[in-house]
Design a protein around this ligand. Structure first.
Ligand code: KMH
Ligand code: ZN
Length: 278
């Protein structure tokens, strides 16, 4: 990845934690998610990262509901690349992993079990390998979620085991209580440990989200925003997915970095062809 490459913007439209009490416009049902994906795409997001919620707004991996959400987005914004989250504290790993059978173009792959605030984020090593193998079979591009230094080494082990295909794509998630802190030094050091040719973006949780996202763009990375990462567009003002992407696209352009189209994203991230079920 080079400074001259366009920036792939991902919009994480909802996440698994915030509720409508936190933000009344948080998209949780299929039509709301489709509208959020459309707004984000119109402002420059080539990828939308989605968590699925049930009718009451709780995280779910119910296949019917997952399919409803994917179909609603595909119908309204056929071009946008959908990245389904396989993360979350609940439900059990195998059920989270089974979502890849619904063939999103991309999905998150969290390589390590860890403390996540007061919760346990369980990604059992053998089941995680099974999911990586299945994603490879199906042509679903994994995004490796790196919360601490050792997680890069774990990703490299998966590559050596033949479970991943280069170029690897990383999200460096900083600021989770249980992972590395959201500091410039951690971002620089983790990026320096990535294999050459990898694509990466920063996900900074909390107070320094905007500053570290901007730093990632200045360093030549891709970029992510959206209500999963920050509910506020500025102090005291709730944001929306469209307005957060618009601001991020403006930051990229101010640094004379082009915002990647979907077509450019397919090439930059070298997304594999999706395969029918084997
Ligand atoms: N929520 C972030 C801490 C995932 O969904 O698998 C990281 C994330 C990963 O978005
Ligand atoms: Zn997520």
């Amino acid at each position: 990845m080079a400074f001259t490459d366009p920036v792939v913007i991902t919009c994480a439209i909802n996440g698994p934690i915030a509720t409508k009490k936190d933000h009344p416009r948080l998209p949780t049902d299929p039509e709301e998610m489709a509208a959020a994906a459309e707004a984000a795409h119109q402002e420059g997001a080539a990828v939308v990262h989605c968590h699925i919620r049930d009718k009451n707004g709780f995280p779910t991996v119910d296949k019917v509901r997952v399919k409803e959400c994917l179909d609603a987005i595909r119908e309204r914004v056929p071009d946008v690349l959908i990245q389904l989250s396989t993360g979350g504290i609940e439900p059990a790993y195998a059920d989270r992993a089974a979502q890849v059978e619904l063939l999103p173009r991309m999905a998150s792959l969290n390589p390590a079990t860890m403390t996540f605030g007061l919760a346990e984020f369980r990604n059992p090593p053998q089941e995680m390998r099974k999911m990586a193998a299945r994603m490879k079979e199906l042509g679903v591009k994994p995004e490796l979620e790196i919360y601490d230094y050792g997680h890069v080494d774990l990703a490299m082990t998966l590559l050596k085991e033949g479970l991943l295909v280069e170029p690897l794509q990383f999200s460096i998630v900083l600021g989770v209580a249980g992972g590395a802190a959201a500091t410039p030094a951690n971002l620089v050091n983790i990026v320096n440990n990535l294999p050459s040719g990898a694509a990466w973006q920063i996900i900074a949780v909390g107070r320094y989200n905007l500053q570290l996202t901007t730093m990632g763009v200045a360093m030549g990375g891709n970029a992510r925003t959206g209500l999963e990462d920050t509910l506020m567009i500025r102090k005291g003002e709730l944001g929306d997915n469209g307005s957060l992407v618009k601001r991020l696209a403006g930051i990229c352009k101010a640094m004379e970095r082009e915002v990647a189209t979907v077509e450019q994203t397919l090439k930059l991230l070298r997304l594999p062809e999706l395969k029918a079920h084997a």
